[in-house]
Write a protein that binds this ligand. Sequence first.
Ligand SMILES: Nc1nc2c(ncn2[C@@H]2O[C@H](COP(=O)(O)OP(=O)(O)OP(=O)(O)O)[C@@H](O)[C@H]2O)c(=O)[nH]1
Ligand code: SF4
Ligand SMILES: [Mg+2]
Length: 416
Amino acid sequence: MINTPKSIRLHIALFGRRNVGKSSLINALTNQELSIVSETPGTTTDPVLKAMELIPFGPVVFIDTAGIDDEGALGQQRVSKTIKMVDRCDLALLVTTNQWDEPEERLLKLLKKRNIPTIVVFNKSDQIALNEDLVKNLEQQRIPWLAASATTKQGIKALKETIIQLAPARSEIHPTIVGDLIKPGELVVLVTPIDSEAPAGRLILPQVQTIRDVLDHNAFCVVVKENELRLALDQLKNPPALVVTDSQAFLKVAAETPKNVPMTSFSILFARLKGDLTTFVQGAIAIERLRSNSHILVAEACTHHVVGDDIGRVKIPQLLQQYVGAPLKFSHVQGHDFPDELSPFDLVIHCGGCTINRRLMQSRILKCQEAGVPITNYGITIAYSLGIFERALRPFPESFSAFQKLQKSGAKELID
Ligand SMILES: Nc1nc2c(ncn2[C@@H]2O[C@H](COP(=O)(O)OP(=O)(O)OP(=O)(O)O)[C@@H](O)[C@H]2O)c(=O)[nH]1
Ligand code: SF4
Ligand SMILES: [Mg+2]
């Protein structure tokens, strides 16, 4: 269990002023001395993510944060880093002792806006009396609250139970990848090119997670490199229920997979898993609006080492410029470095996001929507610019029909 990727764990963030006992509560909830605790306010200066087992719930990530009341230039930077954690959390604990003012109200408003289940925790209940007026106010707003003490452990069991009760369902945190596209006993062919970008000695996370999902649904799979696909298909008694390819081998795989066999890419599967396929389809259609020097943000969720013919830095820019027939301007971000200011961009193209959780990808989509900037992802962009979009989208009826409607009613109008 300890090796469960962070991206599929429930993310629980603790927010609150300095010194209210956020780090102590994480230690009490996990029964381990994971976070540094001290009586000096401002001990936690940066968000700290700890992968843990929350028994009996299962794999979670606790996010410890710096106080929301920090002051000065440096303090403000810490506060904004804390606020950024709202983008990633599936559930929030808003910790206080009895003080409640602008910092708490501001955070609560933001959590509400994002529909993040929130529990208000009155910590240090061994020393500090409950703020009855505040409790009444929270009850009127139907916000769950609890009194607890990280020191005496009073209320910790109830807090765990409330967390488990309010946590989004596992299927929301990590929905199935292919389970709804295949039936038990069916065969899936996975095409995974092993090129200079492939890590030594292992498969990459989207491939591993797809294999696991196939097995979870009592189906089975054959994994091949693109050059062995034809051979593999020839040797099968029946055609596979689905072929999934790495986007880089799209054209070859589309040509060699019989027309009646559904085919898509890992990147499209992950667009659906992490984000919103239909939004990404709309984003792809925005490619039609790109003109000379349009500005495109290419965002990668992890900080992998950039190699020669890197997909985000070389292949996508090449393909898009070829498709648009004009030079385009590209900016790149990696890791958690996603800009707050999106208005300079005409399009955002995101990677599959296999290392980040669904909530973070959805927060990024929301930011793009709020800024009126279309967003799509790697696999969708590649399929679109190669002219095999319809084929790769066909296994997903809802997004496919959204695509057809967009086409019919004139892409430009709909995007405007
Ligand atoms: N009496 C009492 N003291 C507590 C409790 N929880 C934490 N403390 C103490 O409060 C102080 C601050 O605890 P931390 O867990 O470091 O608080 P924090 O919110 O993480 O603080 P920052 O990282 O500075 O923002 C420490 O001296 C803890 O021992 C509690 O339930 N009761
Ligand atoms: S760049 Fe994106 S899709 Fe590729 S490995 Fe990193 S997180 Fe996963
Ligand atoms: Mg702390």
